[in-house]
Design a protein around this ligand. Structure first.
Ligand SMILES: C[S@@+](CC[C@H](N)C(=O)[O-])C[C@H]1O[C@@H](n2cnc3c(N)ncnc32)[C@H](O)[C@@H]1O
Length: 369
């Protein structure tokens, strides 16, 4: 067993971190035990017990939310406790990584939630090098081994305490796939619209959907195809449909975000943060809920990535049994209808009414399988 330290990236999609980790564990057959309730989602660090370094690296192959992983050598509330743990560092680690005159190494000191001054950084470095007298040559770029002291002072924006909340020391194992976010960035795409999904979320959705090489992925609400771009990047064959001719033919901007700046702030008719419960999610006997993660977009509005797994084939003969249900129905009136009606903007109301008339399904959506 190895204790592995995960350093997550900081985004506004904190709720997606653990679902992505769990999905990647399933996808790469890595045994993982997680106590989700004990993890504060704002904490960028998480310690995992994994069977091997190889398992840790398998988890990192597709992640967009884990920045880096480290083999954890010590973790404590104070620097002094950390140093005394490091002084008792197991012999096999010392033999393999410290007493290695032929290798290259570096030690980095990083703080999360605080800017460390150079003298503090140097003080930490001197202490560590006193306890772990690495015998190899220092190499700052691309060394054989990279060691990290990571200090947690709290979340960005909160008042910084003088002392860290926690300090960790570990050997770097692997970075995640954040470069994929840049690779598929919307700015590099030939065709986008104003509701195009950004590359991070698209890659995350491809992970949640466990898209693998040669899979067939169909996005029925394809828009400008961001999810399919990410899925194709995972080696899938992709196809999609959309109700909007213009979008499919590369013409017009579309979507609710177009209008958000024009409307008022009375959103009482919408499902707001307080009212929202998992009972709002439609259920179906053939589908099981795997994850439900919130991305706040503003004080009023969030969107959710809901992952469901089909675990039973639908059979027409069992139609009456295999019906979709929703415990807390906010679908009878469409989101669009309530959004524009609650905003009190006459032309938007008219537009919403007209579109709902054209698309009665949206207005009177009773959830169907
Ligand atoms: C939020 S956009 C999808 C954005 C897409 N992920 C992208 O990156 O461009 C939702 C899309 O669903 C389409 N849509 C809405 N209702 C639909 C329906 N009933 N059938 C098919 N497409 C629909 C809209 O035209 C729109 O293109």
């Amino acid at each position: 067993m190895s204790e592995i330290l995960v350093f997550f990236t900081q985004t506004n999609i904190l709720e997606f971190k653990l679902p992505e980790l769990k999905t990647l564990a399933k996808l790469s057959s890595v045994p993982l035990t997680l106590n989700e309730n004990s993890h504060d989602k704002k904490n960028p660090f998480l310690v995992l017990d994994l069977q091997s370094e190889d398992d840790a690296k398998r988890l990192m192959k597709r992640t967009v939310l884990m920045r880096s992983m480290y083999e954890l050598w010590a973790s404590a509330k104070t620097h002094d406790d950390l140093y005394s743990q490091l002084a008792k560092c197991p012999h096999h680690l010392k033999a393999q990584y410290v007493q290695r005159p032929d290798g290259t190494f570096r030690v980095k000191v990083d703080a999360f939630g605080k800017k460390l001054q150079d003298p503090d950084r140097q003080d930490r470095l001197d202490k560590i090098l006193g306890i772990l007298p690495f015998e190899g040559k220092v190499k700052l770029n691309n060394p054989d081994q990279s060691f990290h002291l990571l200090e947690l002072y709290g979340q960005a924006g909160s008042k910084t305490p003088d002392k860290p909340l926690r300090v960790y020391f570990g050997r770097w194992l692997m970075d995640g796939q954040r470069d994929q976010i840049r690779h598929y960035h919307l700015q590099k795409r030939q065709y986008i619209g104003n509701t195009s999904m950004d590359s991070c979320l698209s890659l995350l959705m491809a992970n949640q959907a466990m898209v693998t090489e040669n899979a067939l992925v169909c996005d029925p609400f394809v828009g400008t195809g961001s999810l399919l771009v990410a899925a194709a990047g995972c080696g899938a064959y992709v196809t999609g449909t959309d109700i909007d001719y213009n979008v499919l033919h590369g013409k017009a901007p579309y979507g609710i975000r177009e209008s958000t700046r024009k409307i008022g702030s009375d959103k009482n008719n919408l499902v707001n943060h307080e009212q929202y419960t998992v009972d709002n999610i439609p259920q179906h006997p053939c589908l099981e809920l795997v994850a439900n993660s919130e991305q706040p977009l503003s004080v009023h509005v969030s969107r959710r990535l809901i992952t469901m797994r089909k675990h039973l084939d639908y059979e027409e003969a069992r139609e009456s049994e295999l019906q979709a249900t929703v415990s807390d129905d906010h679908y009878t009136e469409s989101f669009r209808y309530r959004y524009f009606h609650s905003a009190g903007v006459p032309e938007q109301k008219a537009k919403a009414d007209a579109r709902d008339e054209q698309d009665p399904l949206d207005r009177e959506r009773k959830v169907q399988s």
